[in-house]
Design a protein around this ligand. Structure first.
Ligand code: NIG
Ligand code: FE
Length: 387
């Protein structure tokens, strides 16, 4: 059964062969969908016949957002911590332990209900692919169950046992646990392995050891790097061939050269700087250095509790010197690169039919109309709808 979406005012394909630009725009376009995949895109006037037709009334259509960085398996609330931050306190990631305590105390049902609620929120705002990390369990059993719950909702699951060292153990003991029994229990549910490489969390040697243990177990590396200050995170991410180094708030020119040479995506997380009052990274510096940039939400209860990719786009354009086109590309095709996926983030024949419709004539409105809910998903995507 083929369906055609026609009278699309502006279609963002992310396939530059259409018009020679980053977003591969087609005006007055149509999209044919069959069996959950894109069958055809092009000018509406030349669209092939289909079983059913939907007139989109001149609206813009973009690929669904690919949110390549989120921490959605948790319990508890850290609103008071946010309020204290806005009153002048610094973010130091110390609150992670309070989420760990709440997460350990929650039932599987409570954790999954919270996850499903957040996924529904994301879906309503146009996200169709999401990566979900563990990292609030920090025991063998709690990390494994966090990932088992996440794996019921996405194939992009990430083992982040190395988030912080829990209070009841030493760093040496904990690294041995993460690379031993915890990795063993987590690996069946995880595609990726991640480390928070930062002063106060894990240093370069520990991060290298943990990522290499994950790689030996068949997991693919990614890294939380250079969030709170300059450190070795980006360097180690490049050394081990990570798909992405995330945050990159404090990156030197050498770091940028390293990322470009190693082909490691820099995933920038504008909501974190917004919610922690840290300085924004200058995305244009990364782009000028030839680095592939992704934008993601980092939705988590501590450093950034937004699930909204349109919000991230608006902030990246306003405060990180991205053009609207670059920000939209980074939130779709860039996220797909960060997850090493070529079937999402683009609207080309064969890709998944993950479409987002804008109640607007162009992608620019995502940054031009901040905070306005102009996105709706179409058709039913792979993330669960409201339950
Ligand atoms: O990506 N930086 C480490 N982890 C999260 C924050 C975790 C928390 O504060 O709960 C992040 O920002
Ligand atoms: Fe994160």
């Amino acid at each position: 059964m083929a369906e055609v979406y026609t009278n699309v005012g502006e279609l963002v394909t992310n396939d530059p062969t259409h018009d020679g630009t980053l977003l591969g725009l087609i005006h007055d376009a149509a999209v044919v969908v069959e069996g959950g995949r894109i069958a055809w895109v092009g000018p509406a006037a030349t669209a092939p016949a289909a079983d059913t037709a939907h007139d989109l009334g001149g609206r813009a259509v973009i690929p669904g957002f690919v949110d390549s960085h989120a921490h959605l398996v948790f319990a508890g609330d850290r609103a008071p911590e946010f309020a204290a931050r806005m009153a002048g306190e610094a973010y130091a990631a110390g609150g992670i332990r309070s989420t760990v305590a709440a997460t350990r105390a929650a039932t599987d049902e409570q954790l999954e209900a919270n996850l499903v609620r957040l996924l529904a929120e994301m879906r309503r705002q146009g996200t169709t692919t999401v990566e979900i990390k563990s990292g609030y369990g920090l025991s063998v059993g709690d990390e494994a169950r966090s990932l088992a719950i996440a794996a019921r909702h996405t194939s992009e699951t990430t083992f982040l046992g190395a988030h912080v060292v829990p209070a009841d153990t030493t760093p040496e003991e904990y690294v041995a646990t993460v690379t031993g029994p915890m990795l063993e229990a987590a690996a069946p549910y995880a595609k990726w392995i991640d480390v928070f490489c930062e002063r106060g969390a894990f240093d370069a040697d520990q991060a290298r050891t943990i990522l290499k243990a994950g790689i030996a177990k068949g997991l693919l590396p990614r890294m939380h790097a250079n969030q709170l200050g300059h450190g070795p995170g980006i360097e180690v991410a490049c050394e081990v061939g990570a798909a992405s180094a995330d945050h990159c708030t404090f990156a030197t020119d050498d770091d940028l050269r390293n990322l470009a040479d190693a082909g490691v995506v820099a995933t920038l997380l504008p909501g974190v700087e917004f919610s922690t009052r840290q300085p924004y990274p200058d995305a244009r510096r990364f782009l000028d250095a030839g680095v592939t940039v992704a934008l993601a939400s980092d939705c988590n209860p501590g450093s950034c509790y937004t699930s909204s990719m349109p919000f991230c786009i608006a902030v990246a354009v306003r405060d990180m010197r991205m053009t609207p086109a670059q920000a939209v590309w980074s939130a779709t095709a860039g996220g797909a690169r960060a997850l090493r996926r070529d079937d999402v983030g683009v609207l080309v024949p064969g890709a998944l039919a993950d479409l987002a419709v804008l109640a607007a004539p162009s992608h620019i409105h995502l940054a031009y109309r901040p905070g306005v809910p102009i996105v709706s998903p179409l058709p039913e995507g792979r993330l669960p709808l409201e339950t």
